[in-house]
Design a protein around this ligand. Structure first.
Ligand code: PLP
Length: 402
């Protein structure tokens, strides 16, 4: 990275990036910048550093030593990423037949896969049952009956509602049984001899409020007591995902979150295994999305920056306020830019009033940090634009086919 770029990196990131990460991030972005220059750029690229992925995995294990990791495949469902985690000892969480097929093709043991999507089609349940998947999430009586009719010996875990307050990407509302639904589900499982064996919750993605985990675990413990009273035998506490990537001043550290979780699970019965389904925490900081300025415009005094990546092509979360740090190699003073994607759709606006160098120009590269999660997999070819191509930093081909 040039001295100027580093300065801009510091300026842009000083508001959003804790300082202790700067040297390592500098090195990472520097590598990405030089790799980008060596390419015959033909469209957005997601540079991915597997060693960072492994560091994140190992760190999670260290701070939460009693918790088994089931990586949430949806976050970045790439075979090399999955293989890296599999080799390191990770288990997996899936949402669909496609994700399951991908894992099975790598030789993952279906008994170590959690099917945590609370609503699954009968066809997908049949497929999972045939392949040997044992564990399935439910959050309603309808799903309990649907699964029991297809796989009577399925092991079920109940997704309960929990607070998503303070999460940048809340998931509550669409999923999660409420207190008044829970009793009926437990009674039905107990009277019909259905293996309802666990409880799960999701605090919301990029959760900045560690108290959500405390509340979720306390609620799960109440449900375990209810289960035992009905003769059900709890075996699983699944604390879901939501662990944040550290990109803003108000991001709690993984240590802070782990202290709360470790405290709350201390007095659980030894019959209950505890698992988590991190997605973003493992992959986000290992990815840097490189895109290019397509054009600039001034409208009513406001400067607009149009990139070849936008809401439809990888930056969906930026449009919802996700504070990705953004870096460029320009030297101008910072000014306000409205950042938009390349498509003709008016919802393709990613960030208003972003502070970036005033002299940005068509064809400049833009580097979006901590972009490993929910970017490539959420991109489409809408309007004929290219999805970001995943490139591994330890194995960069001379020419990248897009
Ligand atoms: N588990 C389930 C059931 C999810 O729906 C998700 C994300 O939507 C995750 C885990 C991963 O969440 P995160 O990427 O916030 O860790």
């Amino acid at each position: 990275m040039t001295v100027e770029a580093t300065k801009h990196f510091r300026q842009e990131c000083s508001t959003t990036q804790p300082h202790q990460h700067l040297p390592r991030l500098n090195e990472f972005v520097g590598k990405v910048m030089s790799s980008t220059r060596q390419q015959n750029y033909a469209g957005p690229l997601l540079f991915f550093d597997k060693s960072r992925l492994l560091d994140n995995y190992r760190h999670f294990r260290t701070v939460l030593p009693h918790i088994d990791i089931h990586y949430a495949v949806k976050c970045l469902p790439d075979k090399d990423v999955l293989k890296t985690l599999f080799k390191a000892g990770s288990r997996f969480e899936i949402a669909s037949k496609g994700e399951l097929a991908l894992l099975l093709s790598m030789g993952v043991n279906p008994q170590q896969i959690l099917y945590s999507n609370p609503i699954k089609s009968p066809a997908y349940i049949h497929y999972a049952a045939q392949q040997g998947v044992e564990w399935y999430a439910i959050d309603s009586l309808d799903e309990l009956h649907k699964i029991a009719a297809i796989k009577a010996d399925a092991k079920l875990y109940l997704r309960i509602h929990t607070s998503n307050k303070g999460s940048l990407w809340p998931l509550e509302g669409k999923f999660g049984a409420h207190q008044n639904d829970i009793e009926e589900i437990l009674i039905t499982a107990s009277t019909r001899n259905i293996n309802l064996l666990g409880v799960t919750f999701h605090v919301g993605s990029q959760c900045l409020n560690p108290d959500n985990w405390r509340k979720g675990i306390i609620s799960a413990k109440h449900v375990f007591v209810q289960m035992e009273k009905l003769g059900l035998k709890p075996q699983l506490l699944n604390i879901g995902g939501g662990f944040p990537v550290n990109i803003s001043k108000n991001s709690p550290s993984i240590e802070e979150i782990a202290n709360i979780i470790n405290q709350e699970i201390k007095n659980l019965s030894p019959d209950i295994s505890v698992v988590a389904e991190p997605g973003r925490y493992l992959v986000a900081s290992a990815g840097c999305l490189v895109c290019r300025v397509v054009g600039t415009a001034t409208r009513s005094g406001q400067r607009w920056l149009y990139l070849d990546s936008g809401v439809y092509t990888g930056l969906m979360e930026m449009a919802k306020g996700f504070p990705y740090p953004i870096v460029s190699e320009r030297k101008g003073l910072f000014s306000d830019w409205n950042i938009a994607g390349p498509t003709c759709d008016s919802i393709d606006v990613c960030r208003k009033k972003a502070q970036l160098p005033s002299d940005l120009h068509s064809d400049d590269f833009i580097y979006i940090l901590s972009a490993g999660a929910y970017t490539v997999c959420c991109a489409s070819n809408f309007n004929g634009f290219k999805k970001p191509k995943l490139v591994f930093l330890d194995n960069i081909p001379k020419a990248i086919e897009i």
